[in-house]
Design a protein around this ligand. Structure first.
Ligand SMILES: Cc1ncc(COP(=O)(O)O)c(C=O)c1O
Length: 390
């Protein structure tokens, strides 16, 4: 059998691969600590579970319209109005099988072969591959020299007549950076000026520390509304990764195109998950804040422990639940590990500690630690990391 070139050149998701390796070791009885996956360890909010059970009992177990139930799209629109003062109609909202599917559909609806999409590295694993799955060209702006915050001037220089979109991920996976207002504003203005679509992945929008909310880029530049696609979902802030429910809000033309594409992929996402998401969006505010506070404590703990490891350079995050660390002092020719990938494989094997290599985020020489696990695991995992590096 001959597989398509598109699939042969695609790299599998390194985060899920590392998580799978960690799980395999755990199944063999090793006392694994896994800092690999980006998912909260809490149960989903009670309202979400109750809505789902009720939906099953009442026979809400059939196809819905492709974009998702009108009531849910309305609940997502209401959420954006409540939190950001942004108004969207139900025809400007689509729900899908996780934010991941919606990002994929957005690429499918925007990218022709050879078109360019600008990504800011370090970047989440899937953007790069999703652009390439549609024969587009990911154009990477490395943000390391500017503290992992995109530089608007450099961004503008990368725009060509082939550029169709830019992906902004704020708060960021893997760095945990929350972008300053002026950067958000400048990038949005530049995208608007050049007429390119800004895919605004704000799946971690509720997980910021120090302040409860950051302004939305459309509050800063309201006139860019027709060029911005907001990607969000219940996976991270509501601890609902397994329900696979994401939503997107944007210009009706794009939402309609994505809905039409979804009609040929999954039709709608699970009706039960749609009901659960309704419970989350309407009645789970307190749960979100409770979990955010726990993450805030874990963040303080992990940063305190990591500061005690000599030679380790840590970028202090203000959002999401990740710490991105520069390991370059420990890697390279003549050192014990040549690359971040070698390092992650070795530490998993020798110390049963799971981390994700920075290479997976277009940033070799780094590793990502996810602190979405218990304080005991954080303490034990960082202890193993310290011992390994010593
Ligand atoms: C930046 C970013 N966007 C999107 C997603 C996908 O989320 P979902 O579970 O809703 O598909 C993730 C999940 O890890 C993510 O980190």
């Amino acid at each position: 059998m001959k597989l398509s070139e598109r699939i042969v050149r695609m790299a599998p998701s390194a985060t899920t691969a590392m998580a799978a390796k960690a799980k395999e070791l755990k199944d063999q009885g090793r006392p694994v600590v896994s800092f690999t996956t980006g998912e909260p360890d809490f149960n989903s909010p009670k309202a979400a579970r109750d809505y789902a059970v009720r939906a099953m009992d009442e026979g809400q177990t059939h196809y819905t319209v492709n974009a998702g139930m009108k009531e849910l799209r309305q609940a997502a629109a209401d959420y954006y109005e409540r939190h950001f003062g942004l108004r969207y109609g139900v025809n400007e909202v689509i729900t899908g099988t996780g934010a991941k599917q919606l990002l994929y559909e957005a690429m499918g609806c925007l990218v022709n072969p050879g078109d360019e999409v600008i990504l800011f590295a370090p970047a989440w694993v899937s953007y790069f591959e999703q652009v390439r799955l549609f024969d587009g060209v990911p154009v990477i702006q490395d943000t390391q020299a500017t503290g992992c915050i995109p530089d608007p001037q450099q961004f503008e220089k990368l725009i060509t007549d082939k550029t169709v979109a830019v992906v902004l991920n704020n708060p960021n996976n893997p760095t945990g950076m929350v972008y300053p207002h002026d950067v958000l504003e400048k990038i949005t203005r530049i995208a608007l000026k050049h007429g390119i679509t800004l895919i605004n992945d704000e799946i971690y929008e509720r997980l910021v520390y120090g302040v409860s909310f950051t302004p939305h880029l459309l509050q800063l530049v309201p006139e860019a509304r027709d060029f911005v696609l907001n990607i969000n979902g219940v996976s991270k802030s509501f601890a609902m990764t397994g329900w696979r429910l994401g939503y997107a809000l944007g210009p009706e033309k794009l939402i309609k195109a994505m809905t039409s594409m979804q009609g040929h992929i999954t039709s709608n996402t699970s009706s039960i998950s749609q009901w659960a998401a309704m419970g989350a969006l309407k009645e789970s505010e307190e749960d979100v804040e409770r979990m955010r506070k726990v993450f805030e404590q874990r963040r303080a703990l992990v940063l305190r422990l990591l500061a005690d490891i000599p030679g380790l350079s840590v970028l202090e995050p203000s959002g999401a639940f990740y710490v991105f660390m520069d390991l370059s002092a420990f890697l390279g020719e003549g050192k014990k590990w040549a690359t971040d990938v070698d390092f992650c494989e070795a530490i998993l094997k020798e110390k049963a500690l799971g981390l994700v290599p920075g290479t997976a985020f277009l940033s070799p020489g780094h590793v990502r630690l996810s602190y979405s696990c218990s304080e005991e695991q954080i303490v034990e995992g960082v202890r193993r990391l310290k011992e390994f590096l010593a």
